[in-house]
Design a protein around this ligand. Structure first.
Ligand code: ADP
Ligand code: MG
Ligand code: MG
Length: 255
């Protein structure tokens, strides 16, 4: 089972002028086997939602709930969230100088599983996953995210997704900065993860391009810290044709 249940989530961020409410009541349920896309204009709060699910300390939940299979996610530390099966691919991944990709992945796997993976199968799994992502084997010896190109960072995220095998993956702008070949490789990685069948995917994106390769079951339009409209994949096509203008118009008309 894997159900991520977000109810009336309100989140503030600390700014120079005091706390500012960014999420204004988000309702979203991701059941196993489902792929949800969140689309929306810049600054609408998409990344704030991802960071709040992940437990980033900068964001304060002031109302609502997030549960994974009925268990309170908001009461968990960041590490506990990962162990519970939540995965967040960051829009701006951090550098970890001096820690190789290989060590980083093994440490993460050990932390999540509660025991170190058997070395021989682990090496085989890493090599297979890197091959699938069309990554050069020398990549494993490089420091995490140090000097990585945009495409390498994204491939590294999907490599983690393959190897750490979470229940629910939150992917924030996994498509940004990718050329068409890298976009296909990254999308295929996400689709392999989806094909395991019992996984939930929350795909956050500004553009519809990636949704040609990763088919969402549901599309949610995020505007000003809320879901403003929901539909199936046809909604993404409509957004591609019309943009987000009509949502801004709605906002100006409302009191
Ligand atoms: P999106 O990912 O949809 O582009 P974000 O969640 O990054 O949107 O940001 C939503 C809003 O919250 C923006 O107005 C942004 O300036 C503000 N915001 C987010 N994080 C911070 C922060 N750490 N400090 C100040 N403002 C923030
Ligand atoms: Mg509310
Ligand atoms: Mg963002």
């Amino acid at each position: 089972m894997a159900t991520l249940d977000i109810r009336d989530l309100h989140v503030t961020v600390e700014t120079e002028d005091g706390p500012k409410e960014i999420l204004k009541g988000v309702d979203l349920v991701i059941r196993e086997g489902e792929t949800h896309a969140i689309m929306g204009p810049n600054g609408s709060g998409k990344s704030t939602l991802a960071y709040s699910i992940a437990g980033h300390p900068k964001y304060t939940v002031t109302g609502g709930s997030v549960t994974l299979d009925g268990v309170d996610v908001l009461a968990m530390s960041v590490d506990e969230r990962a162990r519970a099966g939540l995965f967040l691919a960051m829009q701006y991944p951090v550098e970890v100088p001096g820690v190789s990709v290989s060590n980083f992945l093994r440490t993460a796997k050990t932390a999540i599983d509660g025991e170190a993976p058997k070395l021989r199968t682990w090496v085989k799994d890493v090599n297979a996953a890197m091959g699938a992502m069309k990554m050069d084997p020398t990549f494993a010896t490089r420091s995490v995210n140090e000097g990585f190109s945009g495409g390498e960072k994204k491939r590294h995220e999907i490599l983690q997704l393959e190897l750490l095998d979470p229940k629910v993956a939150v992917l924030d702008e996994t498509d940004s900065g990718l050329d068409i070949d890298a976009l296909k490789i990254v999308s295929e990685g996400v689709n392999r993860y989806k094909e395991k069948g019992d996984k939930g995917v929350l795909l956050i994106t500004h553009y519809t391009r990636i949704l040609r390769y990763i088919k969402p079951d549901f599309v949610h339009v995020f505007v000003d810290g809320r879901i403003a409209e929901e539909g199936g994949s046809e909604l993404a096509d409509r957004l591609e044709a019309e943009g987000y203008d009509r949502f801004h118009d709605d906002e100006r008309l409302s009191p």
